[in-house]
Design a protein around this ligand. Sequence first.
Ligand SMILES: Cc1cc2nc3c(=O)[nH]c(=O)nc-3n(C[C@H](O)[C@H](O)[C@H](O)COP(=O)(O)O)c2cc1C
Length: 397
Amino acid sequence: MTETPSIVLGVTGSIAAYKSLELVGRLRRKGCKVTVIMTANACKLIGPASFEALSGNPVALELFPDSKPQNIEHISLAQLADVLAIVPASANFIAKAAAGLADDLLTTVALAVKAPVLFAPAMNVDMWENPVVRRNVKQMTALGWKMVEPETGRLACGTTGSGRLASLDRIESEILVSLGWRDDLKGLPLLITAGRTEEPWDPVRYISNRSSGRMGMALASAAARRGAKVTLISGPGDVPAPEVFKHIPVLTAAQMHQAVQRELPRNKALIMAAAVADYAPKNIASGKIKKKNDGDITLTLKRNPDIIQLASAKRKPGTLLVGFALETDNLVANAREKLIAKDLDLIVANPAKTLSGENIQAVIIDKRGGTIKLPAMPKPKLADLILDRVAKLTGAA
Ligand SMILES: Cc1cc2nc3c(=O)[nH]c(=O)nc-3n(C[C@H](O)[C@H](O)[C@H](O)COP(=O)(O)O)c2cc1C
């Protein structure tokens, strides 16, 4: 699987088809690429344009499209899928899939796909309870196709009974489990800082650093995907913030410090991945400082608050603190010194050359002296390894 999981979402002719629109948004917010295939009857209930807009991808409709695609679409769609999810699955589609029919694009993809296949049926109670449907469902489950069983409740036809599409929470969670994702941080309140800080010296100029914010955003994204209640405090960066429980954008180290002090008591752990400027201009001019024709100017810098050290001093017992150390020399020795001086639980040491890249080479050091030297890897992968440690140390896993 690539770093961006690919979900192929099949939508069939059930009245619940509109609910899949929200599912597309949810999956995209979790960082998945979503490609939608609709049956002809699904299109009579809801238009493909909404799916196209929400997924950001063309909707696949035809087994034999008028315009010749560059490859054989049903095969390329099947190969694209890390999971094929049929939501909602009509009684008709279930029957065709159980019989191994391949008479339209979606049934053909369902036969060709090698990835896990998941069905979320939705239909009238009498259809759902019909012995033929029961037999089909039983056969398909025995063949390894996952059924997210419908719920009991009020149905679109006005009756009450089983057949209502399972909740999107359940469907989303089953899709993520099929991708091999864990929800081991479920409900854990986690504070993460990301990005760099910018320290102004007049209304148009500032000093900062080269951090891209990728590592912190990867941590926030992975933690949210694993179920944590993430509060993200982020300064400027080159990558967008993922969808999290609470996002607090800031600009300066002083603002980040204030936000961390305010939010920390509500959280079980702080991961301080932001690249905070150590110094800020002592004075900020209210108007733009004029360029002189010759001569230099002097900028006096003052020390910014050491956010993680102050958090460490004020934390409630049991609050876990994870710091980052970016070093050009003596990586491990300097990082270990920081860990001890600031009384952190974990520190992630990385050489300065990985500052704004896609990959990172890190050493994870814990307060008992354990040291894991990791090879260079994509930042999202390191994020998961750090979160594995956080899950263990907070008792979440
Ligand atoms: C308004 C309307 C709502 C429908 N809702 C459902 C439904 O919720 N579940 C179902 O299995 N069939 C439902 N049907 C019937 C299917 O659309 C029909 O069986 C169709 O052949 C399904 O085609 P498909 O499986 O290729 O998408 C509905 C039909 C209409 C007209």
